[in-house]
Write a protein that binds this ligand. Structure first.
Ligand code: ZN
Ligand code: FE
Length: 257
């Protein structure tokens, strides 16, 4: 499976998945149909599936137009987003399995940013390889999504689920927010060597206008405060020994950053 990362709007990433053997394509969160149609033409490959992570317009805005070009494409989304995703035909729940070409994916229910948010985890091809995680606006490189609909405890549980995926899993999130996320992270953990190194790499990449996505689960575990809410140093900083309250405090601090 080939993965193509397409920039859209100010800071979104859309993803086209291509199965080379079967000559079929899928798209994850097509907020803007134009770059998707352009890439599909270039690949000369028909679209058979649209995978939506949640109902926000920068993730579903292209569904209708893509369906006009590819009426046979199947639209997947979370069961909780029923009525909010144009053309949705498949209503997914936690643990559901699906296939695209020769790849299998597992659906993870990850509420918090929205109440119906799901992530698509394409399982590793071999035990020593990573999977491919499409997590929308739940987990970002160095950060996490804002709590528009869900509670801190929902988001904590969702991130805890993602934290347990194999470390080599690549994280294909939906926005390029890494630099500002790491700037915030450094105010919390200025002594974290892994974080300092990552910040330097990300800063250099952004100066060259290069994407800092995908990330992987392993690097998020060592540098992302929203994967590290239960680290003693961060619990001390929020002055809260209750993990949910500590997490909520970190998220509020980021909102004000
Ligand atoms: Zn969103
Ligand atoms: Fe978004």
């Amino acid at each position: 499976m080939e993965i193509y990362q397409l920039p859209a709007f100010a800071d979104n990433y859309l993803y086209i998945l291509q199965d080379l053997e079967r000559k079929i394509a899928a798209v994850v969160d097509p907020g803007d149909p134009i770059p998707v149609l352009q890439k599909l033409r270039e690949l000369d490959t028909p679209l058979v599936a649209i995978f939506n992570t949640h109902h926000h317009s920068d993730h579903i805005g292209g569904n209708r137009q893509l369906l006009q070009h590819f009426p046979q494409a199947v639209v997947y989304g979370g069961a909780g987003d029923r009525g909010r995703i144009p053309g949705q035909q498949v209503f997914l729940q936690d643990g559901d399995r699906l296939e695209f070409g020769d790849r299998k994916a597992e659906v993870l229910f990850v509420p918090g940013h929205t109440l119906g948010h799901i992530a698509y985890f394409f399982t590793p091809l071999a035990p020593d390889r990573g999977g491919e995680l499409f997590c929308g606006d739940t987990l970002f490189a160095g950060g996490c999504g804002r709590l528009f609909e869900g509670s801190p405890s929902q988001m904590l549980n969702s991130l805890d689920k993602l934290r347990q995926l194999p470390e080599a899993t690549r994280v294909w999130c939906a926005h390029e927010y890494t630099l500002s996320n790491l700037q915030f992270a450094l105010t919390l953990e200025p002594q974290n060597q892994a974080l300092q190194n990552r910040y330097a790499q990300v800063k250099a990449a952004r100066l060259r206008s290069q994407p800092t996505v995908p990330s992987d689960i392993g690097i998020e575990k060592t540098t992302n405060p929203f994967f590290r809410w239960d680290q003693p140093a961060l619990m001390a900083l929020t002055q809260n020994q209750d993990p949910v309250k500590s997490f909520a405090k970190l998220r509020r601090m980021k909102d004000q950053f």
